[in-house]
Design a protein around this ligand. Structure first.
Ligand SMILES: C[S@@+](CC[C@H](N)C(=O)[O-])C[C@H]1O[C@@H](n2cnc3c(N)ncnc32)[C@H](O)[C@@H]1O
Length: 458
């Protein structure tokens, strides 16, 4: 086996898709990762970086297309950083995600024998995202544009005429703001120079309610400019219930946790999942694919197996949606969530959906479970739905302390899930099954629901 060097060029066959949607093959026995390739492709590549055990290479040419390669329908593939798998036929995308969950459990969790069920396919391949975050930038001719970062480039934005993952409303708001920006000569924020005004446009949508909440993120000042945009948007686009103005005077490209004012309307919108109506405030998290959220929550219900007699802990609860959707089959629900606005949403949502046995607590899961240990009922079912980083060691310990007979884990990151799963098993749980759910077609992201059962005598 010879280790390739930087800039080496050679031909290889892609054997599989690795995590992140990147093709992987072997050159003279040496593992090589090549983005934008599909299994079975024969490709010419140039090595970008050679490491001790593998190399990263760029695709030069597809010499022979593999059986799962298709023409990506989006013209911004592969430059745009959003979709990494559009060039792969959907069933193969889904299969790769399922395999990656099993691989992570084996490699990171040392759990090679877990039952990973066939993945639930996405019901819609495109137009499924209920939240879009566009970055502003000058285009090649210097005009104001809105789009996504070019893959691998923090300082370059690709202006978009359409995003195939966005809904028609999500695309319409972006187009309108871009036309306004050009007409009014608005300066897009330049990250290199750290100068300019307009930074981001965030469009959130209640797909079932038809309500849209728009947040404009700018450098400080310009209230009158944003006010006039907001009036225009409210007048021109159906369904907008509020326009917010957030100020980012820092270097970090964030849209979260910024000082925000309501320009017109309100700072929340509504959505429906299953038969639950939800209020979602601007800072609150919600699953970004409404239709597949129902499939996901259906799997959570299956794993929880409620019959009306159980106390449920809904940890990392967001606006309380899981606990409320399942709550009618529970004796009581305790939700824990760290974002105060989301906790307030959860309280209102429980009340609006007629759930009297629901309590929402605000704070870090690990901390709140300890602080309220004496006073909280013992849970029969604990549901955890952490962000990508998974549960902290402290949160894992708290969940093990309450030792609920059933633990349901909703994961959006196979690596942290695999690590947490191993800890729960060390603590006395058995992992019964894992159900992958494809919430994000054309991207490498994958969601999964897992059921753990506490072992007798543990
Ligand atoms: C993946 S979301 C899940 C939300 C909700 N279960 C749903 O289905 O929409 C994770 C949630 O955990 C919250 N969170 C993050 N870290 C937390 C912590 N240490 N303690 C409590 N909540 C946390 C986030 O604010 C977010 O609402």
């Amino acid at each position: 086996m010879t280790r390739p060097q930087r800039d080496d060029e050679f031909r290889l066959e892609i054997a599989d898709l690795a995590f992140g949607g990147i093709g992987v093959g072997r050159h003279d026995g040496f593992v090589v990762f090549v983005p934008d390739t599909a299994p079975g492709d024969v490709v010419d590549v140039r090595v970008r970086r050679a490491r001790r055990r593998f190399a990263d290479a760029d695709l030069l040419e597809v010499v022979q297309a593999g059986p799962d390669r298709i023409d990506a329908p989006c013209p911004y593939v592969p430059r745009c950083g959003g979709c990494r798998l559009q060039h792969v036929d959907y069933p193969r995308q889904a299969e790769a995600k399922q395999a990656q969950i099993a691989e992570h459990l084996a490699r990171i969790g040392h759990l090679p024998d877990v039952e990973v069920r066939p993945i639930d396919h996405a019901l819609e391949r495109f137009g499924y995202r209920n939240k879009m975050e566009y970055s502003a930038a000058p285009d090649d001719t210097g005009e104001f544009t809105l789009g996504f970062h070019q893959r691998g480039r923090w300082d370059r934005v690709i202006g978009l005429d359409a995003c195939l993952l966005a809904t028609p409303a999500g695309n319409a708001v972006r187009d309108h703001v871009r036309a306004w920006g050009r007409r009014e000569g608005i300066a897009a924020y330049d990250q290199r120079e750290q100068a300019g005004f307009f930074r981001h446009l965030v469009v959130r949508e209640g797909v079932r309610s038809g309500e849209l909440l728009v947040t404009v993120v700018t450098a400080p000042g310009g209230d009158d400019v944003v006010d006039s945009l907001a009036r225009e948007l409210m007048g021109e686009i159906d369904g907008i219930v509020g326009v917010l103005h957030a100020i980012n005077d820092g270097v970090a490209e964030t849209t979260q946790g910024l000082p925000t004012r309501i320009v017109v309307g309100r700072d929340w919108f509504t959505e429906r999942v299953l038969d639950v109506s939800l209020r979602l405030s601007a800072p609150s998290f919600f699953q970004t694919n409404t239709v597949m959220t129902e499939v996901l929550y259906g799997r959570v219900a299956e794993a929880a197996g409620l019959d009306g007699g159980q106390v449920v802990f809904d940890l990392f609860a967001g606006v309380g949606s899981i606990g409320i959707a399942l709550g009618r089959q529970a004796k009581a629900v305790v939700a824990i969530e760290i974002i105060p606005e989301a906790v307030e949403d959860a309280r209102r949502n429980a009340e609006a959906n007629g759930l009297v046995n629901h309590r929402a607590l605000c704070g870090d899961v690990g901390k709140i479970m300890r602080e309220h240990r004496e006073e909280l009922p013992r849970p029969d079912v604990v549901i955890v739905d952490p962000p990508r980083g998974g549960l902290s060691g402290r949160a894992v310990r708290r969940v093990l302390e309450v030792a609920a007979p059933t633990l349901v884990y909703v994961s959006c990151q196979p690596a942290t899930f695999a690590d947490n799963a191993a800890r729960f098993i060390e603590g006395g749980y058995r992992l019964d099954w894992v159900q992958p759910v494809d919430m994000f077609p054309n991207t490498p992201h994958v969601e999964a629901v897992a059921r753990f059962t506490m072992q007798a005598g543990a």
